[in-house]
Design a protein around this ligand. Structure first.
Ligand SMILES: [Zn+2]
Length: 118
């Protein structure tokens, strides 16, 4: 546990208000010298982008995903964020594959119907 960065992970923000309170705390922490700093931006899929902050005091990396219309957002340690992002990526790939298979079947049906009409 490090008081310079964050004491706990946030699996999801409860509300927009909850996130606003967090943002104020984050800004204060970023202003402190030798504390938390912006590390880099990242994106796993078009659906999920995040900001990585690192802590000079404990060397932890924190992944912050901002709440949007699809998700409530999270603040996780690097290792847990990577696990979650991999899970999201895998389900996204699965969803794309299923969409492609369905499109292909619809195309085949259309072709059969058309062939029947000729
Ligand atoms: Zn820290």
């Amino acid at each position: 546990m490090c008081t310079t960065c964050f004491e706990n992970e946030i699996e999801q923000f409860d509300s927009a208000n909850d996130f606003q309170l967090f943002e104020i705390k984050l800004e204060q922490k970023l202003k402190q010298k030798d504390g938390l700093f912006f590390f880099r931006q990242g994106a796993e899929t078009e659906l999920i982008s995040y900001t990585i902050y690192a802590c000079k005091s404990c060397n932890s990396k924190w992944y912050l995903h901002l709440p949007n219309s699809l998700s409530l957002g999270f603040l996780l340690y690097e290792v847990n964020a990577k696990l979650l992002l991999n899970k999201i990526k895998a389900s996204d790939t699965k969803r794309r594959t299923i969409t492609m298979i369905i499109s292909f079947i619809i195309m085949l049906i259309c072709l059969f119907v058309l062939a029947d009409m000729v």
